[in-house]
Design a protein around this ligand. Structure first.
Ligand code: FA5
Length: 331
């Protein structure tokens, strides 16, 4: 029996010394495995005299049970130690401040367009949209541009074919409306316009315009001035002044340019927002409108100029660069 006692002691000693699950597994195989030393003892049973076998068998079985027990408890200890190390490595620091969710917002030009729409809808104007890819007919011909007129040079654009071009002015919507609707009416539109332009701080090749077109009985310059005055006050505040100076556009008579000034901005300097005038009778007559009875006004304004003026932005290219540091200032 000394043999079994020694083996047990040795096994328990080695199990205790195993300092990792991997090392423990090796000890287990060495003593408890199929080819292990305890099994080897069992195999010796057959070579013993018959009367010694039961006692020897019992002793070996007891040793095996105790070694197994010692293995199990060591296994538990090592397992929980290893888990602890693993948990520590995987631990999340829940006291770290989380990243702020980034909430999107509307682009400053969209905010401006929303406000423009609010003002004109409030004045009883109906909102319409027409195509960016426009025909020569609506963009120029129907707007009284004589062939080879110098006014074309100011509005060179991107041609897709001889007849199809990227519209240069929202005023192109007038012919499309007159084809479908009879006066009295008030329409406005906002959209993207394009010109073959030397890009600088106040000129883009792509920009936005808002155009309005009103035809009714007795519409005069007084209505136009009142509407644009009210528009300016809605966008820039009560202390804004508006200025109209004679200007030429083939589709209005008389034509004016429209500028605003407020003491708050750019030291009260005048900033031109767009052009305006009374609709040229030739345009209305082309669509069968009785110009003895009806007259109209029209204007077209640059959208970018509005937030430039309102926020003191000195370069229109900021609006298109999509730099969040710039865009996040507006809400
Ligand atoms: C026109 O486009 C006329 N259709 C306006 C009009 C409508 C007159 C109805 C009379 C009746 P103009 O080319 O001046 O006019 O442009 C109007 C405004 O658009 C300018 O005052 C400016 O604010 C803006 N604009 C014109 N070109 C550019 C550009 N390249 N970049 C940015 N804004 C521009």
């Amino acid at each position: 029996m000394k043999l079994t006692a020694d083996l047990e002691q040795q096994a328990i000693q080695e199990l205790k010394q195993a300092d990792s699950l991997q090392a423990l597994k090796l000890v287990e195989t060495k003593f408890l495995g199929k080819a292990g030393s305890i099994m080897a003892l069992m195999k010796e049973l057959g070579s013993l005299p018959a009367d010694e076998r039961p006692a020897f068998g019992k002793a070996v079985n007891e040793v095996r049970a105790r070694v197994q027990e010692a293995y199990d408890s060591r296994f538990q200890i090592l397992k929980s130690k290893e888990q602890e190390v693993q948990f520590q490595a995987e631990a999340l620091d829940i006291t770290l401040p989380s990243r702020k969710p980034s909430v999107g917002r509307e682009h400053v030009l969209q905010l401006t367009i929303n406000k423009i729409k609010e003002v004109f809808v409030g004045l009883g104007f109906e909102y319409v949209e027409t195509p960016e890819l426009e025909s020569f007919k609506y963009n120029f011909e129907e707007l009284n541009y004589p062939p080879d007129h110098p006014a074309f040079d100011e509005q060179d654009t991107f041609y897709v074919s001889d007849d199809l071009l990227l519209r240069t002015q929202m005023t192109a919507f007038q012919g499309r409306l007159l084809e479908q609707r009879k006066p009295p009416f008030r329409f406005f539109t906002v959209g993207r316009t394009f010109r073959n332009e030397a890009v600088d701080r106040t000129h883009g090749h792509t920009f936005h315009q808002v155009d309005a077109f009103m035809v009714d009985e007795g519409v005069s310059m007084a209505n136009l001035k009142a509407t644009l005055g009210l528009f300016a006050r809605s966008m820039f505040g009560e202390d804004v002044t508006v200025r109209f100076r004679p200007d030429f556009f083939p589709f209005v008579e008389p034509g004016v340019d429209y500028a605003i000034s407020t003491p708050k901005l750019f030291d009260g300097r005048w900033l031109e927002l767009g052009g305006a005038g009374l609709v040229h009778p030739a345009i209305l007559e082309r669509y069968g409108v009785d110009t003895e009875r009806y007259s109209g006004f029209a204007f077209g304004l640059g959208v970018e100029r509005i937030p430039m003026m309102a926020y003191g932005v000195d370069d229109l290219r900021y609006f298109f660069e999509n730099d969040l540091r710039f865009l996040e200032q507006f809400r």
